[in-house]
Design a protein around this ligand. Structure first.
Ligand code: ATP
Length: 743
C-alpha cells in the first residue's frame, strides 16, 4: 500500500465519519474540505484537493484527492448513501477502477469505519517502514533471490569454498603438531609423514580455490548480465512520463554501478562472508578444544568489535547511499555534457563544465573520504584489539606452557587460530558494510524491475514479445478502417507538470486522405498532438478516435504502426544510413522500398554522393550529418513504414525553400496515391497554403479552423497575425521593447 493510498484512506475515514455523523442527525450535510480536517495528517495542499463540486444538500457530492498529480482518487457520496471510490488506472489515464460502498444500515457504516481505522493504524505502523525499506534498502531475502537462477553453480562454488576453508582450518593444528614433533627424539619419520600430508592438503586447497574463484567470477558476471538485461527491458517498457521525471545518467548508473555492486555481493561477498563465518565459528571451536580458559582471553575483543562494528555499519550504510547518489549525479553531468560537447565548445563552456563536474565528483570524494576514515578507524581499532588479545594469549598461554598445562605446539596452534578468528570477525563486520551497500543498490534496481508501466501508454510483457510487426488491432475489421482522426474534448497536462494544462477541451477532426496543417504560437501544444495520437501520453479527459475507434482500445503496436512521424528534434542512431532508414520498418523491408522512401524524402541524391553511400555511418545521434540531411533521413524512415497517417512536425524546417517545395510535392503525391492522412505542424506560409485545412491552436483549444485562404483573409484572425509576425511585419514595438528594455 503506497503513501497515496494511505492518504486516501485517511481521507475516506474522515468522509465516512462525517457521513455517520450527519446520518445520526437525520440530515445529509455535505462536509467541507476544511471540516474534514485533512490537514491533521496530510495538508489539503499536499493532497491537492480540489473543492467539492458545489452541490446543494441532498444531492451527490464529489471529492477529489490527488497526490502530487499522481494516483488521483475520486470519492463521491451519492444521495442514496452510497460512496463511490474511483481510482485512476495510472497517473495519466482517464480510466478509473471503481468501488461502491452502499448501505442504509448504520452498523454497516460503523463496521466499515472500524475496518478502515484499523487498516489505517496497521498501515501507519507497518507500511511506512515497509515503504522506507522499499525505497532505500531491499530485504536480504529479496536481494538473494536474484541469485536463485544460479543456485546450482553457486552451491558448487560454495562447496569449493568450504573445502578451501577446511584446508586452512586444519593448517594451524598441523603446525602445532609439527612444533611438538620436532621436539621429540627420532621424529624424522613422523615429520616426513606430516609434511607429505600437509603438501596433499595444500594441493586440495589450491584446486578448491581455483574452482571457487573461476565459478564465483563467472556467476557474478552472469548475474550482472541478467540483471542488466532485465533492468533495461523494464526501462523499455515504462511509459514516457516515467522518463520525464528522471535523468538518464541516474538510470545508466543503475544499469552499470548498482548491478555490479549487487552481483559482487551475491558472489564474492557472499563467499567471503561464508568463509569468515566458518573461520570464526570453527576457529572458536578449536580454541575451546585447545584451552577453554585461554579462549576467554583470546575472545575478549569480540564484544568491543561487535558494538563498534554495529555503529560503524550503520554509519557506513547511511553514507554509502549518499555516495551512490553523488556518483550518479556526477555521471549525469558527465554523460550530458559529453554528448552535448558541440554546444559546450560553442559557448566556451569547457572550464565551467570541468568545474561543475569537479564539484560533483568532489562531493562524492568527500563522502568516500568519510567512509575511508571510518573504515580506517574501525580497522585500526580492530587491529589493535586483535594484537592486544594475541599478546594476552601469549602471556597467559606462556604461563600455562611453563606450568606444563599446555605444549608449545598447542600454544602455537592456539595463537594461529586466535589470529584467524580475529580476521574472521573483522571481515564479517566489513562484509556487513558491503551488504548494506548492496541493499541500497538492490532497492534502486528493484524499483525499476518491480515497476508496472501504465497499462495504456507503457508496453506490457506480451506487447514487447509480440514486436511492432505482429501486433493486431484486437478489432478484426479495424484493419480496413478509414483514416479519420477525431480529438474530442481533450484535456491534457503532462504528468510531471500537472499545474500547467496544455489542452482544455481540444476538439478537431481530420478526414481520410486530408492534409491538415496545425499552427499556433510556440508552446501551444502542436507537438503534444503527435504524442497523444501515438499514445505516448493519454489525455486526462476526453477521447481520441482513429477510424471511429477509441485509440485506447487498440493494440499499441498496431496503433503506432499506422503512424509515420518526423519529430521536431530528429534523432538518428549510431549506425549506417541504411540501418537508420529501415529502423522500425521490420526485418523484411526490401532495398527497393528503402530507395523509394529515400527518393520521396529527397535523400537518395545526397546519400549517393557520400563516400560509402547507404553504408555511411551517421555517428552518435546522427551528428556527422547536416540538420537538413538528418531531417530527410528521418522522413525516409517515416515513409518506409508505409504509414496510414503521416505526421510532420516542422520536418523540413532545416531545408532551403527549393528542397522543401520538391519534398512537399513528392509527399503530396504519395498522400494522394496511398490515401494517407497527413498532419503537418508548421509556421511557414508555403506549407500552410498547400493544406486542405488549417487549425490554429491557442490557449489549449482550437481557436480557428478552416481553409487557409478564408482564415488569412480575416484581418483580425490569429493566423493572419501569426503570418505577419513570421514575415516580420506584425510587431509594432520599439527597438527597446524588442531588446527586452521596454516598459
Ligand atoms: N515532457 C514534457 N513535460 C512537461 N511539459 C512539457 C513536456 N513537453 C512539452 N511540455 C510543455 O507543454 C507545452 C506544449 O509543448 P509542445 O512541445 O507541444 O509545444 P509546441 O506548440 O509544439 O511548441 P513549438 O512550436 O515551440 O515546438 C509547452 O508549454 C511545454 O513546455
Amino acid at each position: 500500500m503506497n503513501a497515496c493510498c494511505k492518504q486516501t484512506y485517511y481521507s475516506l475515514t474522515k468522509l465516512l465519519s462525517h457521513v455517520l455523523e450527519s446520518q445520526k442527525h437525520q440530515r445529509f450535510q455535505v462536509p467541507s474540505i476544511r471540516k474534514l480536517n485533512l490537514s491533521s495528517r496530510t495538508s489539503c495542499h499536499s493532497l491537492g484537493c480540489t473543492s467539492p463540486t458545489n452541490t446543494p444538500t441532498g444531492s451527490s457530492s464529489q471529492y477529489r484527492f490527488v497526490k502530487s498529480g499522481n494516483n488521483e482518487c475520486l470519492a463521491t457520496i451519492e444521495k442514496n448513501w452510497t460512496i463511490v471510490v474511483k481510482r485512476r488506472l495510472c497517473a495519466e489515464s482517464s480510466q478509473y477502477t471503481s468501488t461502491k460502498i452502499s448501505s442504509q444500515n448504520l452498523s454497516f457504516w460503523q463496521r466499515v469505519l472500524k475496518r478502515l481505522s484499523n487498516f489505517r493504524r496497521a498501515s501507519s505502523k507497518t507500511n511506512v517502514t515497509e515503504q522506507t525499506v522499499q525505497e532505500e534498502f531491499v530485504s536480504w531475502r529479496k536481494l538473494f533471490s536474484l541469485a536463485k537462477p544460479e543456485s546450482k553453480m553457486l552451491s558448487l562454488a560454495l562447496l569449493a569454498q568450504m573445502v578451501s576453508v577446511g584446508t586452512t582450518m586444519i593448517f594451524p593444528m598441523a603446525v602445532g603438531k609439527i612444533v611438538d614433533i620436532i621436539q621429540l627424539p627420532n621424529s624424522v619419520d613422523q615429520l616426513k609423514w606430516m609434511a607429505s600430508a600437509l603438501a596433499g592438503l595444500f594441493v586440495v586447497g589450491a584446486v578448491a580455490v581455483t574452482v571457487r574463484v573461476a565459478l564465483m567470477t563467472t556467476i557474478g558476471e552472469r548475474i550482472a548480465r541478467d540483471l542488466r538485461k532485465q533492468v533495461f527491458k523494464s526501462l523499455m517498457k515504462q511509459e514516457l512520463a516515467f522518463f520525464d521525471g528522471r535523468q538518464s545518467g541516474e538510470l545508466v548508473n543503475r544499469l552499470s554501478n548498482d548491478t555490479s555492486v549487487v552481483s559482487k555481493t551475491l558472489t564474492e561477498n557472499l563467499a567471503r562472508g561464508i568463509r569468515s563465518s566458518v573461520t570464526t565459528t570453527g576457529g572458536i571451536g578449536f580454541l575451546i578444544y585447545l584451552s577453554p580458559t585461554l579462549t576467554v582471553a583470546a575472545l575478549s575483543f569480540i564484544p568491543f568489535l561487535t558494538i563498534v562494528g554495529g555503529v560503524y555499519g550503520s554509519y557506513v550504510r547511511s553514507l554509502s547511499k549518499k555516495l551512490q547518489d553523488a556518483l550518479a549525479a556526477a555521471t549525469q553531468v558527465a554523460s550530458e555534457r559529453i554528448s552535448a560537447i558541440r554546444t559546450v565548445r560553442l559557448f566556451a563552456g569547457e572550464s565551467i563544465e570541468a568545474s561543475r563536474y569537479t564539484q560533483r565528483i568532489e562531493d562524492a570524494f568527500q563522502l568516500a573520504k568519510k567512509v575511508a576514515i571510518a573504515e580506517g578507524f574501525y580497522m585500526g581499532g580492530g587491529f589493535f584489539m586483535g594484537q592486544a588479545s594475541l599478546l594476552a594469549v601469549l602471556w597467559f598461554g606462556g604461563h600455562q606452557v611453563l606450568q606444563g598445562a599446555m605444549t608449545v605446539g598447542q600454544l602455537a596452534s592456539f595463537a594461529m587460530y586466535a589470529v584467524n578468528v580475529g580476521f574472521g570477525v573483522s571481515s564479517l563486520a566489513n562484509g556487513y558494510g558491503q551488504l548494506t551497500r548492496a541493499q541500497g543498490a538492490g532497492a534502486r534496481i528493484f524499483a525499476i524491475l518491480d515497476r508496472k508501466p501504465c497499462p495504456l501508454t507503457g508496453i506490457t510483457e506480451s506487447e514487447m514479445e509480440s514486436s511492432l510487426y505482429s501486433g493486431s488491432s484486437h478489432i478484426p475489421h479495424v484493419e480496413n478502417y478509414r483514416t479519420s482522426i477525431i480529438f474530442d474534448q481533450v484535456h491534457f497536462y503532462y504528468p510531471s507538470r500537472p499545474q500547467h494544462s496544455v489542452f482544455k477541451g481540444l476538439s478537431f477532426q481530420v478526414e481520410p486522405g486530408e492534409l491538415l496543417a496545425i499552427t499556433g504560437m510556440s508552446g501551444c501544444g502542436k507537438s503534444t498532438i503527435l504524442s497523444l495520437l501515438s499514445r505516448l501520453y493519454i489525455p486526462q479527459e476526453g477521447h481520441i478516435y482513429l477510424g471511429g475507434y477509441d485509440i485506447n482500445s487498440l493494440d499499441i503496436n498496431w496503433l503506432r504502426r499506422q503512424i509515420g512521424a518526423v519529430p521536431q528534434d530528429v534523432v538518428l542512431f549510431d549506425g549506417s544510413i541504411l540501418e537508420n532508414i529501415s529502423y522500425g520498418a521490420g526485418k523484411d523491408v526490401s532495398m527497393d522500398e528503402i530507395l523509394r522512401a529515400a527518393t520521396v524524402a529527397g535523400a537518395d541524391y545526397f546519400i549517393r554522393q557520400l563516400p560509402y553511400g547507404y553504408e555511411t555511418q551517421v555517428g552518435e545521434r546522427g551528428l556527422s550529418l547536416s540538420g537538413g540531411q538528418r531531417q530527410r533521413i528521418a522522413l525516409a524512415r517515416a515513409i518506409v513504414r508505409r504509414p496510414r497517417i503521416l505526421i510532420l512536425d516542422e520536418a523540413t524546417s532545416a531545408l532551403d525553400v527549393e528542397s522543401e517545395a520538391s519534398i512537399s510535392e513528392a509527399v503530396d503525391l504519395l498522400r494522394r496515391k496511398e490515401d494517407m492522412c497527413t498532419i503537418v505542424i508548421a509556421h511557414r506560409l508555403s506549407t500552410l497554403r498547400d493544406s486542405n485545412h488549417v487549425i490554429v491552436l491557442n490557449k489549449g483549444v482550437v481557436a480557428e479552423s478552416g481553409k487557409f485562404d478564408e482564415l488569412i483573409a480575416k484581418p483580425k484572425s490569429i493566423l493572419s497575425r501569426l503570418m505577419l509576425i513570421s514575415e516580420g511585419h506584425g510587431m509594432e514595438v520599439t527597438d527597446d521593447e524588442k531588446l527586452g528594455r521596454g516598459t
